[in-house]
Structure formats: structure tokens, C-alpha cells
Design a protein around this ligand. Structure first.
Ligand code: ADP
Length: 261
């Protein structure tokens, strides 16, 4: 009987070990598929801005004498747009790859979320002014949260620059903070182009990546929101959107408050 019991026990242990290995294999497969998808997106998305950069530099190189001052100015403007687009893409790409390889330690610290909003508002103000968009921050005083500051900063930056991208001339963008169910919620509202329910279903998901051009023809990659979701969830929060086509969108996400563990 003793031998029988020992055998039964070791069989059970073996079964449990098998289950864990299978689970880990599945996780690895999933991770690999995400990585492949991500790289195919990136290589495709890098091509766009690089193609325009090559045609601009070619034009400048071979037709400098025949180009008027206005034409050169127009080319320089487009060049500037392409380079900025490339930078934004690389920034998101680097942060994503760091988070996937475990190189970002999502170590929480206590900081003022409203100060992060203010910093980003100041940084993106010039970009908004180019489209005569007003950037308001309705949050007053300090809003202390407990999260990994850099990644939350990336999310705020991505959401405000998206709001600018998808809002037309003279639009309004407002950032609000509130407390709900023991969490701090930040909402970024715009009165821009909004989106259809079909587009909304595809957001935040790498397998359904979706991207449309901004109101000033700004190109996108469809990676910003995927990164936002990843970072918000790594900080123990959630991200969601409410939107109506032609009326605007509100992107919100939750962050653990100061006293959270
Ligand atoms: P990108 O902006 O580079 O395309 P994102 O992942 O940041 O990538 O956004 C994916 C898509 O979600 C956008 O292309 C756009 O269709 C939609 N979107 C994001 N933010 C907004 C917004 N504030 N208003 C309307 N549509 C938006």
C-alpha cells in the first residue's frame, strides 16, 4: 500500500509538472506570435517615412537649381514631418521592445499625475497651436498616484498627441482627473473627428492594428494605443475609449492611487 501511495503521488506531481510546461509553452508561443506580428508591422511602417525621406533628399540633390524658394520650403516642411514621424515611431518601438524583453522594470513610485499632464501639455502646446487647437487642463492641485512614472508619461504623451492629430483647426482638447472606485482616472477629451464602432473595436489590439491619417494628413503607425494598453496594464490600470464619429473622443485610463500596494 505504501509503494502504491508513493507511486500515485509521484504520478500526480509529474502530471502537474506537465501541465505547467504546457502552459509555459503556450505562453511562449503567444509571445513569439506577438513578436513576429510586431516586427512585420515595424518593418512595413519604417518603409513609409524612409521612402519619403529618400525621395525628398533625391529631389534636393538633383534639382537644387531648378527649385524655387517656396518649393524648397515646402520640401523642408514635409521632410520635417517625416523625420518627426520616424522619431515617434522609433520612440514607441524602443519602449515596446524594452517592455517585452523585461528591460523596463515597472517599479512604482509616488508622483503627481497632474504635474505629468502639465509637462506634456507644455511640450505639445506648439504642436496644438499649429492647428489652432486649445489644450486645456481642468485638473487642479496635486493628484498623487503610485505607478511607474516614465511609462505613465508615455501614455499621457501618446493620448494627447493623438487628440491633436485627430482634431481639426480651432478644436478643443481637455484633460480631466477624477477619483472613482479607489482609483485615479485621467480622461483626455477632444472634439475632433471621432471614430466609428468598427474602428473602436480594433483599438488596443496588435492582431487588429488599425491606423488612419490625422486631420492635417499626419501619418500614423497604429502602435501608440497598443503600447498605451501594455503600459497601463503593467501598472495595474485599465484603458478605454468613448467616441462618436464626427463629434470627438474621450480616452480614459486608471492609475492606482498613492496608498495602493
Ligand atoms: P496612430 O495614431 O499612429 O495611427 P494609434 O495606435 O495611436 O496609432 O491609434 C490608432 C488609431 O486609432 C488611429 O489611427 C485612429 O484611427 C484612432 N484614434 C486614436 N486616437 C484617436 C482620437 N483621439 N480621435 C479619433 N481617432 C483616434
Amino acid at each position: 500500500l505504501y509503494l502504491y501511495l508513493v507511486k500515485r503521488r509521484s504520478n500526480k506531481i509529474l502530471e502537474a509538472a506537465h501541465a505547467t510546461v504546457n502552459e509555459q509553452n503556450l505562453k511562449l508561443q503567444e509571445l513569439n506570435a506577438t513578436k513576429d506580428k510586431f516586427f512585420s508591422i515595424i518593418s512595413h511602417d519604417l518603409k513609409g517615412p524612409l521612402n519619403s525621406l529618400t525621395s525628398f533628399s533625391g529631389l534636393l540633390l538633383h534639382h537644387t537649381d531648378s527649385l524655387s524658394k517656396e518649393e524648397i520650403q515646402m520640401l523642408a516642411k514635409d521632410l520635417d514631418k517625416s523625420v518627426k514621424n520616424l522619431f515617434a515611431l522609433l520612440e514607441n518601438l524602443l519602449e515596446w521592445s524594452r517592455s517585452q524583453t523585461g528591460n523596463i522594470e515597472f517599479k512604482p513610485e509616488v508622483f503627481d499625475l497632474n504635474a505629468v499632464v502639465e509637462e506634456n501639455r507644455a511640450l505639445l502646446k506648439a504642436q496644438a497651436q499649429q492647428k489652432k487647437i486649445t489644450l486645456n487642463n481642468a485638473g487642479e492641485g496635486a493628484w498623487m498616484v503610485r505607478a511607474h512614472k516614465n511609462s505613465i508619461n508615455t501614455v499621457v504623451r501618446n493620448l494627447i498627441s493623438n487628440a491633436i492629430k485627430f482634431t481639426g483647426e480651432g478644436g478643443q482638447i481637455t484633460t480631466r482627473l477624477r477619483r472613482q472606485n479607489g482609483r485615479v482616472i485621467i480622461a483626455i477629451a477632444d472634439n475632433g473627428v471621432g471614430m466609428s464602432p468598427e474602428v473602436m473595436k480594433k483599438l488596443f489590439r496588435i492582431e487588429a492594428k488599425h491606423s488612419t491619417k490625422g486631420t492635417a494628413d499626419e501619418k500614423g503607425t497604429g502602435l501608440g494605443l497598443i503600447l498605451c494598453r501594455e503600459f497601463v496594464e503593467k501598472n495595474g490600470g485599465q484603458i478605454w475609449v468613448e467616441s462618436e464619429e464626427g463629434r470627438g473622443s474621450v480616452f480614459s485610463f486608471s492609475v492606482p492611487p498613492e496608498g495602493a500596494f
